[in-house]
Design a protein around this ligand. Structure first.
Ligand SMILES: [Zn+2]
Length: 293
C-alpha cells in the first residue's frame, strides 16, 4: 500500500486557524515526503449537522487538497468491532462497569501513574459480571500488560507516556477514539501522523495498541498549537478565528493562509511555494500566539 499522511477533523463546528494550521502542516509533511494525503472525518462523537461540509470547503479554500474521498468513522463500525473481537479473543479485554465518579474516587493501584484507570473491574468474577450487566451497560477496556510505552516523534524526539487499561468501546456503544484512530490509520495505509501536540500524551496508548493488533506504528509529528494571548489553546470564544468570522471582518482566506505560513516562517504565496522550502527540522517549536484581529 502507498504511504500516506492525513488530516482527521472532528465535525463538531467550524475549523479555526489552529485547526487550519495543523491541516496545512499535515499536508506539507505528507507532500514533502511524496505521500498521499487523506482526509478522515472523525464523527463518532460530537458531530454537528453541516459541519463536515463546511470544514471540507474551508480546507479547499485555504489550499489543502486531498486524495480520494474523505472517509467517515461512522461508516467503519464493523472494522472497529473486528479489532475489538480480535483483542477479546486474545484475552486482552475486559468489561468495566465503573462510573466516572467511581474511577475518580477509587484508590490508585500501586505504582500506577496519576489519572490511570485503577483496574477496578479487571478481576470481576463471571457472576459479578453477570449481575453488573443487569444494572448498567459495560464499557470494554484493554487489559494492558505495560504501564508506559515509548514513541518516536519528529518534533519531540523520544517520548514515553502512560498506558493504562484504557477504554476501547464506551458503555454507550461508541468506539473510543484510541481504538478507532489506530484501526483507521492502519487500514488506510497511513504511516505518518501529523496532529496537534495536545494529542502527544495519548500517543503511547495508540502505539501500544497498534503493536497488540500487529499493525504498523506510524511516524508521528506532534506540532505546536495555536494559543490565545493567555497561552490557552485557541477556541471559538477567542473572537474571529474561523474563515467565516475573519471574512466578515475583511480578512479573506488568502490573507489567513499568508498569516499561517508566515507564522511557520515559510514562503507565504501559496501552499505549493511553502512546500519547496518546507523542512521539519527548522519548524518553530513554540506555540503560535494568535495575534487576533
Ligand atoms: Zn471498572
Amino acid at each position: 500500500m502507498t504511504s500516506a499522511g492525513r488530516f482527521a477533523p472532528s465535525p463538531s463546528g467550524e475549523l479555526h486557524v489552529g485547526n487550519l494550521r495543523t491541516a496545512m502542516l499535515a499536508w506539507l509533511f505528507a507532500r514533502s515526503t511524496g505521500r498521499r494525503f487523506l482526509l478522515r472525518v472523525e464523527d463518532l462523537d460530537r458531530a454537528r449537522a453541516g459541519a463536515e461540509a463546511q470544514q471540507l470547503r474551508d480546507l479547499t479554500v485555504i489550499g489543502v487538497s486531498w486524495d480520494g474521498d474523505p472517509v467517515r468513522q461512522t461508516d467503519r463500525g464493523p472494522l472497529y468491532a473486528a479489532a475489538i473481537d480480535r483483542l477479546a479473543d486474545a484475552g486482552l479485554t475486559y468489561e468495566c462497569f465503573c462510573t466516572r465518579r467511581e474511577i475518580q474516587e477509587a484508590p490508585s493501584a500501586p505504582h500506577a501513574p496519576q489519572g490511570a484507570y485503577p483496574g477496578t473491574c479487571r478481576k470481576l468474577s463471571t457472576a459479578e459480571v453477570a449481575f453488573r450487566r443487569s444494572v448498567r451497560p459495560a464499557a470494554v477496556r484493554l487489559r494492558s500488560s505495560v504501564t508506559e510505552w515509548t514513541v518516536q516523534d519528529a518534533m519531540h524526539g523520544t517520548f514515553t507516556g502512560v498506558v493504562d487499561d484504557f477504554v476501547l468501546r464506551r458503555n454507550d456503544g461508541v468506539t473510543a477514539y484510541n481504538l478507532a484512530v489506530v484501526v483507521d490509520d492502519a487500514e488506510q495505509g497511513i504511516d505518518q501522523v501529523v496532529r496537534g501536540d495536545d494529542l502527544l500524551p495519548s500517543t503511547p496508548r495508540q502505539a501500544y495498541l497498534a503493536s497488540l493488533l500487529n499493525m504498523p506504528v506510524p511516524e508521528y509529528a506532534h506540532v505546536p498549537l495555536v494559543v490565545n494571548a493567555d497561552g490557552a489553546r485557541l477556541a471559538k470564544r477567542d473572537g474571529a478565528v474561523t474563515l467565516g468570522d475573519l471574512a466578515a471582518v475583511g480578512i479573506g482566506a488568502d490573507a489567513v493562509r499568508r498569516m499561517i505560513l508566515d507564522s511557520l516562517e515559510l514562503p507565504a504565496d501559496s501552499l505549493e511555494s511553502a512546500l519547496g522550502a518546507f523542512d521539519p527540522a527548522v519548524l518553530p517549536r513554540e506555540p503560535w500566539v494568535w495575534p487576533g484581529v
